[in-house]
Write a protein that binds this ligand. Structure first.
Ligand SMILES: *[C@@H]1O[C@H](CO)[C@@H](O)[C@H](O)[C@H]1NC(C)=O
Ligand SMILES: *[C@@H]1O[C@H](CO)[C@@H](O)[C@H](O)[C@H]1NC(C)=O
Ligand SMILES: *[C@@H]1O[C@H](CO)[C@@H](O)[C@H](O)[C@H]1NC(C)=O
Length: 366
């Protein structure tokens, strides 16, 4: 079962480290000790399908949705929720490790009210990206609009918790930004006008500049702990190999180099942001390295398949990227696949990646 899988695979040293630091932060755990408090009060997420938990289900026009089987086949109640995986996504695993009993609901859902506001909010939208134009092409929620929703969330939270408590929650919350793949796969690589206007280096500067402005704005609005994911190994995604691999059954080096270019610039920008805001904790969650390792040597990590996809893909609207809703069935055992569909990892691969995210996350929450 999915839940027990992540329990077994979870690195106990990391968990105990986090629990120990939580005890220190809570003053040595001197309370009554009934219910363990999460290490941070809330998790607030922005980005694309890597952390969308169902916002796109509420957008009639959105092209990318995961509201049908086999998405969610290994999740709670074996139902599709809008998560692009068979089971948990990376932020679900992170939230559990931080001690949360439930996940922040998608911001557009009717559940976003009252006490549910206290544990955070999720503004992510599949096919969104750094560049608003990319999101707009797929009727996803642009990053600019996600920030507007966040401001609205701040007022709703203040109404429920009071202004002082809301400010404290917002300052101690963990903010996660996970996006950017779409700017390449869903836009740059097949958009001649865009690639004429910018070479890869300039395009990465543009995207990283958008992140920098976004982080500045989050800081201005009260965020003090921000984690941003690196660009994944674009050339190892099954969709990329099919579209750009020229028939070879291997990661596409050119696309991975583009991701590395982006990641180097992200690194430099993160350093500049830290210099600019002395009291901002900002970390990169490196998903590039673990996902590339899985894609290149799956057997070393207990996976059987890193090239195929667990579900059958391909529809007119979503091309080769997503599971096909009309072709029934998926593979028997999603945990033996690195990729569930042609761009999104399986829960088992997410567990592996969350491990390196948590290591970077420790510096954010202590
Ligand atoms: C190309 O990119 C621009 C800017 O992102 C966008 O406005 C335009 O719709 C895109 N065109 C195509 C054909 O994808
Ligand atoms: C980013 O910087 C860290 C050290 O600050 C380094 O370990 C890492 O390799 C760098 N990553 C890239 C992609 O340059
Ligand atoms: C599913 O695959 C994983 C990883 O390859 C393996 O450890 C596990 O035993 C498999 N489970 C079943 C029920 O076959």
């Amino acid at each position: 079962m999915a839940a027990s899988l992540s329990m077994v695979a979870w690195p106990l040293t990391v968990v105990s480290l986090l629990v120990a630091s939580a005890a220190i932060m809570n003053g040595g755990g001197g309370g009554g000790g009934a219910q363990a408090q999460p290490i941070v009060p809330a998790v607030i997420s922005f980005g694309d399908s890597t952390i969308d938990v169902g916002n796109n289900n509420y957008l009639p026009g959105a092209v990318f949705k995961a509201d049908y089987a086999p998405y969610g086949q290994d999740f709670v109640r074996h139902e599709a929720t809008g998560r692009f995986s068979d089971g948990k996504i990376v932020t679900d695993i992170t939230a559990e490790t931080l001690g949360f009993q439930s996940y922040a609901p998608p911001y557009l859902s009717p559940q976003v009210s009252g006490k549910n506001l206290l544990i955070g909010a999720n503004f992510a939208s599949a096919a969104s990206s750094y560049y608003d134009d990319t999101a707009a092409m797929y009727d996803a929620i642009t990053l600019t609009q996600q920030l507007k929703y966040y401001k609205e969330y701040q007022s709703k939270l203040a109404a429920v918790a009071g202004h002082a408590k809301a400010r404290a929650i917002l300052a101690d919350a963990l903010y996660v930004v996970s996006t950017g793949t779409g700017d390449f796969l869903q836009n740059y690589y097949h958009n001649a006008s865009l690639s004429r206007r910018y070479n890869v280096d300039q395009y990465c500067d543009l995207l990283v500049g958008i992140f920098s402005g976004f982080a500045d704005e989050l800081y201005r609005l009260g965020a003090r702990r921000i984690g941003v994911t690196s660009m994944p190994p674009l050339g190892c995604l099954p969709a990329s190999i099919r579209l750009y691999g020229e028939g070879r059954d291997a990661c596409v080096p050119r696309l991975n180099r583009d991701a590395e270019t982006f990641n180097e610039k992200l690194n430099a920008t993160v350093k500049a942001l830290r210099r600019r805001h002395a009291d901002l904790k900002l970390a990169i969650f490196d998903i590039y390295t673990p996902l590339r390792e899985l894609a290149q040597d799956p057997a070393a990590y207990g996976f059987a398949n890193a090239r195929g996809t667990c579900c059958r893909t391909g529809t007119a609207k979503t091309r080769v990227y997503l599971c096909n809703p009309t072709t029934a069935g998926a593979c028997r055992n999603a945990s033996s696949y690195v990729f569930f569909d042609a761009v999104h990892p399986s829960e088992a691969a997410n567990v592996f990646m969350a491990e390196s995210m948590i290591e970077a996350g420790i510096e954010l929450v202590t």
